[in-house]
Each structure stands twice: as C-alpha cells, then as structure tokens.
Design a protein. Structure first.
Lengths: 122, 107
C-alpha cells in the first residue's frame, strides 16, 4: 500500500455526526500504512478547518484536523484544499486553519486523476 | 465482474438510505458483481437483531459479505446484539478495502 494516494472529499460540517472523526481515523490509518492522503473540504465541510472553534462538549475538530494537515500527509501544509465558492458563501475563506489552501473543483479534478482512489464521505 | 464496497454510515430508522444500499447491493450481486457492505458510524445499528437485521442476514445468504467497524459497535454497546456472520473490523481494514475494491460508494 505504501506510496498509494487517496483523496477524501468531505461534504458535512463538524459536530453533526461522526463523519469528520471517521475521516481523521482513516487519515491516521493511512499514515501508518504509508498511504498519502489529500483532503478536499467541500460544502459545509469547509467549516471543519475554521479557526478558533470552541465546542463545549466535543473535541475541537479544527485542532485535530489542523494537526494532521500541519504534520503533512503528503507535502506538509499543502494537502488540504477548501473549496473557495463554499468558503466564500459561508464567510470562512480567511478563517481557514494553517495548512489549508483555498482552491476549487479544478483542483479536485486534478487530485482525482492523480489518486489511486477518491472517496466522498457524506 | 466488479468488486463493489458499499459503506453505510446511516441508521435504518431515520432515512431510506440503508434500504437503498441493500437494493443496490442485491442488484449488483444479481448482475454478477462481488458486493460487500461495511457498516460504520450509525450504520452499525443496521446489524442489530431486528427487522432490518433480518434483511441484512438475507443478503448474507445471497453471498454479500457484511463488515462492521469495531469502535462504532463498541461505542453503541452492540457487541452481543448484532446478527451472526458480521465480521468486526478495525479502521485500517476499511482503508485497505477502500484502496483494494474496484468501486467504493459511501452512504
């Protein structure tokens, strides 16, 4: 499996269900197996990396996600993209955590072409 | 023939998605494809000994494999409450399947 590339497209926001945590678990497993991961945060998933989240009863997902991205799954600080139309619509373009790049569906197209597998968690 | 992995993350009592997953799986199986269902998150409740669990057991008899995420089963106290034949797997196995199966669809 080492050297394979997986792109994970996420569409749901945090704190609604376990989807984001499943994504994090898959990312940790991928790290252990040497599988590289791209994260494409789309629609409400662009809220995952919103800075300064302070949930009262849940672990702050931005911190968990940000730590994974900053450590780097493929190229440190360059393997997570938030969709610009989605971030603009939600007013969170400038609030993305360190390591998340603002991009678009053309980037997702390129990642899909490059990846061994692309899945959508939603 | 295609290897198809259907990942079900929704419970069977809120939406019709789990029924849809079974329909897709059975249709794909009838067309000669290899089909597996991987239950994760609330999807593991589909394997409880219940009316829907019986439906799932029927699909097993037709040759579909059913897997369930270990943490999702454990966190819902379902360890001894799910139908027979369901294989409990950890997240690394799901990742392996995602990379190995020809097609993966997440519901």
């Amino acid at each position: 499996m080492t050297g394979k590339l997986l792109t994970i497209v996420s569409i749901n926001g945090p704190y609604r269900d376990e989807g984001v945590f499943t994504m994090m678990r898959l990312a940790h497993a991928a790290k252990e197996k040497g599988i590289k991961v791209n994260f494409f945060n789309y629609l409400d998933a662009t809220l995952i990396a919103h800075r300064d989240q302070v949930p009262k009863e849940f672990p702050p997902i931005e911190t968990i996600f940000g730590t994974i991205v900053k450590k780097g799954m493929k190229h440190p600080k360059a393997d997570a993209i938030a969709c610009i139309k989605c971030t603009d619509a939600r007013g969170v373009t400038k609030q993305q955590t360190e390591g998340v790049i603002i991009g678009g569906l053309y980037d997702l197209g390129e990642w899909t072409a490059e990846s061994d597998k692309t899945i959508l968690i939603g | 023939m295609t290897n198809l992995l259907l990942v079900l993350s929704k419970d069977p009592y809120t939406t019709e998605i789990p029924d849809l997953v079974l329909d897709i799986g059975l249709n794909a199986k009838e067309k000669g494809n290899d089909v597996s269902i991987y239950l994760i998150e609330d999807g593991v409740t589909a394997a409880r000994k219940s009316e829907f669990g019986n439906k799932l057991a029927e699909t097993q008899k037709k040759g579909m494999k059913i897997f369930a995420d270990d943490k999702a089963v454990l966190s819902r106290s379902l360890t001894n409450k799910i139908i027979g034949g369901v294989e409990i797997k950890e997240i690394g196995t799901l990742l392996d399947y995602i990379m190995e199966y020809d097609k993966v669809v997440w519901f």
